[in-house]
Design a protein around this ligand. Sequence first.
Ligand code: TYD
Length: 206
Amino acid sequence: MAGIFLTFEGGDGSGKTTQINRLVAWLESRGQTVVLTREPGGTDLGVELRNLVMHRKGFIAPRAEALLYAADRSHHIHTLVRPALERGDIVVQDRYLDSSVAYQGAGRVLDPDEVRELSLWGTERLMPDLTVLLDVPASVAKARQAAEDRDYDRLEAEAEDFHTRVRESYLALAEAEPERFLVVNGESPIEEIHQVIITRVSDLLG
Ligand code: TYD
């Protein structure tokens, strides 16, 4: 495909939003056409699914939760991301299938390979050109979130031990695919992280 597909991953409170906004501003200042989007919730259908899966009170069966995220992803990739990549745009996306493997797999109920395969089926096996993983210890992320003073969604409210497993899962994914992943220490200064990211993205732009 003509475009470039960049995804950001990391725990809640890892600083993804700040780095995504900086990267998008940098790309646009270089004259690139950027589509900024996210999962869950990058489409109209996705907004409905996002509300269901993140804010619904009460139990959602683990496989149902995985299917809801996968449904959001499938529709998002089909209707928004693939068309943008075919036009030659740069897609910068907050979370993709690695989130499902890390979060839905971290409950220890679902097999991470099956979770990944479900998303690959849903997206006709679209993989990012680059995935930036902002790595921070669960305790740091939690402290940052507490400072934000807002309502927690279902997954954010999980115990610290859950978030530690999410982090370990992300690091294992990055180790398994070192070419696709750029792992950055999320505790470094914002500007330093930005420089590391744009250096890598510059290589991709050629
Ligand atoms: P969001 O507010 O978009 O995340 P953040 O701002 O922290 O990046 O919330 C997305 C939540 O959904 C987050 O807790 C991670 C979770 N999630 C999954 O569990 N599986 C998935 O496949 C995706 C995309 C997100």
